[in-house]
Design a protein. Structure first.
Length: 578
């Protein structure tokens, strides 16, 4: 299976774009300019990345003084050129990320064993100073003309549930000290994310105070809604450094807004008037930036993998890395709703009118993830082999507002399973598939959903679970510090998967050294199923990968899943003949 190049962490400075690019080898930092095209921005083999807050982010920043990146090997900040990586900071063993450069200073978030720190590093001396320390969580250090803004949240919350936005005066000449912090926005029932300073000194941020993640502006005294709408304009911040909007030179704002599975790029003027650019792109990563008054983004279509794209103000566009979209999308997934739950149905590639095929109902991970209208090579694998795939935005998904996102707390393994069951039954009723040909699969939290669905009496003929959570309570005790509050909220009321309750054949897949979910729990479940004589398969891979997304790993997993589903289908055919 060919895996297209992936692009992440897009940033800009002056006439240059930078992003992290991965294909067959390690992640590589590259630079693009209109005159020179794409070139390496770090020495060959220097891998930029971090694991701060478990999932990383904000590992690169650029300014007139140079390009700075965090090494995935030793966690230090380096000054980078295509030929040389010069260490700026010393190695402490702590995690660094969320980098921003202003003047001669790199601002960063530092995660240690005792909590988080906001720090700055002098680009001349490399001296690191602690600006603020917390035993809980901090993020988004954003320097303005005279102030620094940042986010904080308590250890028993997640940043998409409850955060606070603060500002304080910053004086570089007095040792980088912060003045008295002022609370701008946020609280127990409000999530605030992605602060940015504008050229006039206003502070912009996203907030879900109305139930939707929308953009606001604080002028130093009052807060104003920039463009109220019934749409989420930011993603759940699993990673640091997200930018779902960009401030343009003429005072307009370009913003990513999600509605009905699609991400739209909107231009908002100073009066709040919104204009949607007519683009073929339907999925946009939360890494918007600007270059020469154009908008740069990582975007995809239903038939093309993500590409780095430049968007002019008139809506014209060009892919500078990756595949150009077709002029006319002729193959789109079908949009459906079952009992108020939206899902995308991807027919087999060779499907004709009134098609019928085996269906795989797919529960996404997270579970605060979302279904995107973009090409997915793993989905393509199954549709090429005659299966249809139904991607479900079950309760708990993002993109449907705060209440929907939080609805799975205390109901995990129940609401999500009910929603997947409703989708399966809807497709059987539509006669696009047969009752004996419906499967469910999921990864991580979606793997738990798949296994819990396997404990129901129908409608799933079999279930496949990658890197699954088997025992929510045990998972809660073992997850990384950042995710613990999320695990606690989900695990409240959730029950462990018991082999005695599983009603259908299952395939279990896990990386032996997975740091996020327990391979030992998966192996133990397989052992219990074997003792029962239950139909099951187990694939354990010698890797520390949780996503199992690397090409060699994905190929092994997909082949195992295809063989498993086909075996179950063959058994059904044999049963019919007898």
């Amino acid at each position: 299976m060919a895996i297209p190049a992936a692009y992440d962490g897009l940033i800009s400075y002056a006439d240059s774009l930078f992003w992290i690019q991965s294909a067959e080898g390690p992640d590589q930092l590259v630079k693009w300019t209109a005159s020179d095209g794409i070139a390496l921005a770090a020495p060959q083999g220097f891998e930029v990345g971090n694991e701060i807050h478990a999932y990383g982010g904000g590992a690169v920043a650029a300014s007139a003084g140079g390009v700075y990146g965090v090494s995935s090997k030793d966690g230090r900040i380096y000054r980078l050129t295509s030929e040389e990586a010069e260490p700026l900071t010393g190695g402490t063993g702590d995690q660094l990320g969320d980098l921003v450069v202003r003047g001669e200073t790199v601002f960063a978030l530092c995660e240690g064993t005792n909590g988080d720190q906001l720090v700055d590093a002098d680009t001349s001396t490399g001296q690191v100073r602690v600006l603020l320390q917390s035993s809980s969580f901090l993020s988004s250090p954003r320097p303005g003309p005279d102030y620094v803004a940042w986010l904080s949240w308590d250890a028993d919350h997640m940043p998409w549930d409850s955060t606070q936005l603060w500002v304080a005066r910053y004086n570089a000449r007095s040792g980088g000290s912060l003045g008295t912090p002022l609370l701008v926005a946020g609280g127990l029932s409000e999530s605030v994310v992605e602060p940015q300073w504008s050229a006039d000194g206003s502070l912009y941020f996203m907030s879900d105070r109305t139930g939707w993640l929308n953009l606001y502006r604080w002028d130093g005294q009052r807060t104003y809604a920039v463009a109220p709408m019934a749409a989420d304009c930011a993603a759940a911040p699993w990673e640091l450094g997200y930018r779902s909007y960009v401030l343009l030179e003429d005072g307009k704002v370009a913003i990513r807004a999600r509605q009905d599975f699609e991400d739209h790029l909107l231009l908002i003027d100073e009066t709040g008037h919104s204009e949607a650019l007519q683009l073929p792109y339907t999925a946009i990563k939360p890494y918007l930036c600007t270059i020469d008054n154009a908008v740069a983004m990582i975007a995809a279509t239903p038939t093309t993998a993500p590409a780095v794209v430049l968007i002019d103000r008139d809506g014209s566009y060009a892919a500078i890395a990756g595949q150009e979209p077709p002029q006319n999308e002729v193959r789109q997934p079908e949009r459906h709703s079952a009992d108020g739950i939206d899902f995308l149905l991807h027919p087999p590639i060779d499907a004709e009118t009134n098609w019928r095929a085996p269906v795989i109902v797919r529960a996404h991970p997270g579970p605060t993830d979302e279904i995107s209208l973009r090409r997915d090579p793993q989905m393509d694998f199954f549709t090429r082999h005659g299966f249809a795939v139904a991607d479900v935005d079950y309760r708990g998904s993002t993109g449907h507002g705060r209440a929907f996102r939080r609805s799975l707390y205390g109901n995990w393994g129940s609401y999500d399973v009910e929603d997947c069951v409703a989708v399966a039954q809807h497709l059987i009723t539509l006669r696009v598939t047969l009752a004996a040909e419906v499967f469910i699969c999921g990864s991580s939290a979606g793997g738990y959903t798949a296994l819990r669905a396997a404990t129901t009496t129908g409608p799933f003929r079999a279930a496949a679970a990658r890197s699954p959570i088997v025992d929510p309570k045990r998972w809660e005790a073992s997850v990384p510090r950042f995710q613990r509050a999320h695990a606690s909220a989900l695990a409240s009321g959730a029950i462990a998967v018991s082999s005695a309750d599983i009603e259908c054949p299952v395939l279990l897949v896990h990386g032996l050294h997975d740091p996020i979910t327990s391979a030992q729990d998966t192996v133990a479940l397989a052992s219990d199923l074997k003792a029962r004589g239950a139909d099951h398969e187990l694939l354990v891979l010698d890797t520390s990968s949780h996503t199992l997304a690397a090409p060699d790993l994905a190929a092994k997993v997909l082949d195992a899943e295809l063989r498993f589903f086909r075996r179950i289908l063959d058994q059904s055919e044999s049963a019919k003949r007898t």
